[in-house]
Design a protein around this ligand. Sequence first.
Ligand SMILES: Cc1ncc(COP(=O)(O)O)c(C=O)c1O
Length: 375
Amino acid sequence: MSAQDATGAHPPCVPEQHPGLRGLAPFRQGKSTLDDHVNPIKLSANESHHGPSPLAVEAYRNHSGQLFRYPDGAQSQLRRAIAETFGLRAQGIICGNGSDELLQLLIRAYVRPGDDVVFSRHSFAMAVVHATAQGARIVTADEPELRPDTDSLLAAMAPRTRAVIIASPNNPVGRYLPRAELERLRRDLPAETLLIVDAAYADYVEAEDFEPGQALVDAGSNTVMTRTFSKLYGLAGLRIGWMYGPANVVDAVERIRTPFSASADAMAAATAAVRDVRYTRFVRDYNTAQLRRIEAGVTAMGAGIEFLTTHANFYLLRFTDDRHTEEGAAQALERQGIIPRPVAAGGPARCLRITVGLQHENDAVLGVLADYMAR
Ligand SMILES: Cc1ncc(COP(=O)(O)O)c(C=O)c1O
């Protein structure tokens, strides 16, 4: 018999949720359709508009006769292909259902209820969700230059800090923590604090002083890097990502990971994709060239709009006068069948995020924005 409340009614008896879930809202995906446009140009999710390497598509198709088989839980071929392509130890690699799953596993393996997790401000929203659900206290370190900032991260440390998580390049800005600053961060963090470098957009970065985190993984036992096939490799729909960590971190994740969360068709496609280094270079070069064109186009629009330097496959536009706003620009784009991504609460003010598309798609964006700014 359930207890009665003051009004005599029986309160509903429902199973109690984990307290970590309090205050969490379900994830909201960016818009992907528009009422008045059958085929909108979707520039809201940082997908690769080139699609995957043709060799990856072929490997995926060739796998169709094997769908009745479980995947290789040891992930041998994909681990080897990643290791050979990036010059890493194959034993340090674990693949999963997107880098999202690997971030969740790392948090589950290392964070206890009541621990602090320090996040750099512009990190991956789902990683914050995973840490919150685990019962952690979320501590946010500011990004004064709109990129992870070593001094802010170190200042946010407390005795209960279990892990520090940065996205480099970050999202929604596309800026990274330079190598020397990343090394200083690792050097000045307590050795027992796990540093997680979410390098989902690393494949796009061409800058000499960029380090995605793998050198620190190899140099110690307290840094781990996560990567994805969802962005440059064009495999977002298959859900496949990977992490690279020292033996102790790999051991922890191996104990809790679901053996078959990286599907066999995803691993077949990703293996071919990561080995197709010519295609990878083509997509990276194209992105860099498009960013230059877009920056020049936006700069030519004059006062009122600013292109923020980025190293990823998306960019932020900031609106700086009274007559133009990010909402106004988003509406103008949507009226012409183009879907940008509004910046979530806590992101840089007065900004709109747009994914780099194919040249004609980027030109369409520039055309709409030039009209909007001329109003
Ligand atoms: C910064 C960052 N990290 C991680 C991810 C997760 O990517 P996935 O789970 O598709 O590998 C994303 C996806 O948008 C991202 O923007």
